[in-house]
Design a protein around this ligand. Structure first.
Ligand code: RP5
Length: 165
């Protein structure tokens, strides 16, 4: 099975990124995580992306805040799909990182999730791997069915309450 690479610009991003770890663990998909910064350690970040396909990765998740160039810098060095997580910061609440991550020039796309949207980054990475992995696609279908059952149970509870009022 292909691995997911997770790169974060700083260990201060970890509390958000851990939500992606949790989703990947739930589905039993292997991942590797590193702290590499587009600005502070550009050589290591680039090397990771350049070698990612040969090293068995199928997608890369990149989390960074503020002047968030990490996802774009990684995407420039690989044709693997790169998913960007803009990390929210005090000054602009994540709008800075969101725009820095999403506004890529044509030819070098970054699939950008919501600010601090680490769980969805992991779900999207799983869906990318599931394009060529039927077993994983089945697990994703089952998880969606479970989520739907939870929502429908909540709706049923609401209908009961409204009927009783
Ligand atoms: C970004 O700058 C990192 O991804 C982090 O979100 C932000 C602040 O980094 P630290 O100063 O906390 O290391 O590059």
């Amino acid at each position: 099975m292909k691995k997911i690479g997770i790169i974060m610009g700083s260990d201060s991003d970890l509390p958000v990124v851990e939500k992606a770890f949790a989703v990947l663990k739930e589905f039993g998909v292997p991942f590797e995580a590193h702290v590499y910064s587009a600005h502070r350690t550009p050589v290591q970040a680039r090397e990771f992306a350049e070698n990612a396909r040969a090293n068995g990765f199928g997608a890369i998740i990149a989390a960074a805040g503020m002047a968030a160039h990490l996802a774009g810098a990684l995407a420039a060095a690989t044709t693997l799909p790169v998913i960007g997580i803009p990390i929210s910061s005090k000054a602009f609440g994540g709008a800075d990182a969101l725009l820095s991550t999403v506004q890529m020039p044509k030819g070098i796309p970054v699939a950008t999730v919501a600010a601090d949207g680490a769980a969805n980054a992991a779900w999207l990475a799983l869906q990318i791997l599931a394009v060529s992995d039927g077993e994983l696609a089945g697990k994703l279908d089952a998880a969606r069915a479970e989520n739907a059952a939870v929502v429908l149970a909540r709706d049923a509870a609401l209908q009961e309450k409204l009927a009783a009022d």
